[in-house]
Design a protein around this ligand. Structure first.
Ligand code: TYD
Ligand code: MG
Length: 453
């Protein structure tokens, strides 16, 4: 039942319509209408109140004391949250369906419950029986973990008020439904309304809130992207169903560093923390094979060693192919052009396949030099010594530029038993030769090829 006046607004130009339209008559955009509460009355003035009801305060009188953090019982999860769950914070956990969002949060809630807290798991997706079976499988049967199967937003908030739990999980925000709006659950309007109400409630009561959101390619169901700006922390699950490991990345965090990652492995009893991610990603590395090279990528505050592999083969006909997995496509085209121009290669007559082993994605320019080394190694059919790691940014003229956090990258290489690091010349200064790791500086791509191949 509708109990408030709503209106459909074009999200692009703000055109108002009493009913949904496929195309905005004003700006011409397709599929841009979303239902919203009508806050403008006939005379054109704003009505309604959705605020916190707070007053202006002098900035030096604000209590900035962090209310403390909860230990979630999982080190890797604490790490992505910036050192534990902040009291009163709201966290969005996004990811593809089936990647492990429900499993992870159930495990976290179990650990909090085992520590003596009352925690609430609200599910709009699974039956109580299904949740119990999953909890049995991962050993999460604590009496303090309370399950509520509900999709009505009002009922969920009522139950939170009755139970007063220490943490709330909403799995998923796309199933929540408010009868203020006639739009279907999962639509932008419903997702936004449910999140807004839950977030305001969480801020008022100080109860930390996890919202689970599915990322869908289909535009008909609202992705969690519409709520990224409303929450304090946004975590995304990476990894695919073809691999067992899962990476959780903090893409936004008001209470900690962004881009911090937590690495987990999906086992038959739930997600298990990976203590040594570099070892996991290098475990099946071939030795002495052309095209394989290891680089040190910074993921948040932690260096991660990963293997970059290339296959360069002559193009049989037509336009050469460029296939990249885990590295940016344009970046690889650029680096191939640099190799052609500066080193006299003929990559424009070759197909290029380049892959980061294990399904890791690296976005850092510091991986450039490794991509170049890997392409050159495959093109020249000469392997790179397997005890070598390579990192540095490559410019258009083939110059090798400095990157940040050189020391921690080299430390990680040393820890993993590597004996030589090829780094930008500017970064190599200050590292004396003859230590455990030999640090060699290069200033051009040509120099890299001379040294490494
Ligand atoms: P799930 O947490 O339901 O994913 P999401 O909530 O993100 O949709 O994860 C489901 C997948 O995880 C499913 O394919 C089975 C697998 N899984 C395991 O491999 N081991 C386990 O212990 C559990 C509970 C799930
Ligand atoms: Mg789920």
């Amino acid at each position: 039942m509708k109990n408030a006046r709503t209106v459909f607004l074009c999200q692009e130009c703000g055109h108002r319509s009493p009913k949904w339209m496929g195309r905005c008559p004003s700006c011409g955009l397709w599929n841009s209408f979303a239902e919203e509460l009508d806050t403008v009355d006939r005379a054109g003035t704003e009505v309604g109140d959705r605020g916190f009801g707070s007053r202006p305060v002098s900035i030096d009188a604000i209590d900035a004391h962090e209310k403390g953090r909860m230990d979630t019982g999982m080190g890797e999860f604490n790490r992505v949250l910036g050192g534990g769950l902040v009291i009163g914070s709201t966290v969005l956990l996004g990811g593809d369906p089936g990647i492990g969002k429900s499993t992870l949060l159930l495990q976290v809630l179990h650990r909090l419950a085992a520590a003596g807290l009352t925690v609430l798991y609200v599910s709009g997706e699974e039956s109580a029986r299904q949740i119990r079976l999953r909890a049995e499988r991962i050993g999460a049967l604590s009496p303090g973990l309370v399950v509520l199967v509900e999709v009505s937003l009002g009922a969920v908030i009522t139950q939170i008020e009755v139970l007063r739990p220490s943490v709330v999980v909403i799995d998923s925000v796309q199933t929540m439904y408010s009868d203020t709006y006639s739009s279907a659950p999962g639509s932008v309007t419903q997702v936004r309304e449910a999140s807004e109400k839950l977030i305001v409630h969480s801020k008022k009561t100080g109860i930390p809130l996890f919202l689970v959101g599915h990322v869908t390619k289909d535009g008909s169901i609202a992705g969690p992207r519409v709520l990224e700006h409303m929450v304090d922390t946004v975590l995304y699950f990476e990894g695919d169903s073809g691999h067992d490991f899962r990476i959780i990345r903090a893409v936004k965090n008001r209470f900690g560093p962004t881009n911090e990652i937590g690495v987990f492995e999906m086992r038959d009893r739930g997600l298990v923390e990976v203590d040594n991610p570099s070892a996991l990603f290098l475990s099946e590395r071939p030795r002495g094979v052309a095209g394989s090279v290891v680089t040190a990528a910074m993921e948040g505050s932690r260096p991660l060693l990963v293997e970059v592999q290339s296959l360069v083969s002559e193009t049989n006909f037509g336009i050469p192919r460029r296939t990249t997995i885990g590295v940016d496509h344009n970046r690889v085209s650029l680096l191939a052009a640099v190799l052609d121009r500066v080193c006299g290669f003929n990559l424009s007559g070759h197909d290029i396949f380049i892959n980061v082993a294990g399904g890791v994605k690296i976005g850092e320019p510091a991986a450039d030099l490794a991509a170049v080394a890997s392409l050159a190694s495959s093109y020249l059919k000469r392997p790179i010594d397997s005890g070598t790691i390579v990192f540095g940014e490559v410019g258009l003229t083939g110059e090798v530029r400095g990157v940040g956090q050189v020391e921690s990258r080299i430390k990680e290489a040393e820890r993993m038993g590597f004996t030589r690091c090829i780094v930008p010349r500017s970064a190599s200064e200050g590292f004396s030769a003859g230590k455990v790791v030999d640090v060699a500086g290069v200033s051009t791509v040509g120099e890299l090829i001379d040294r490494a191949l």
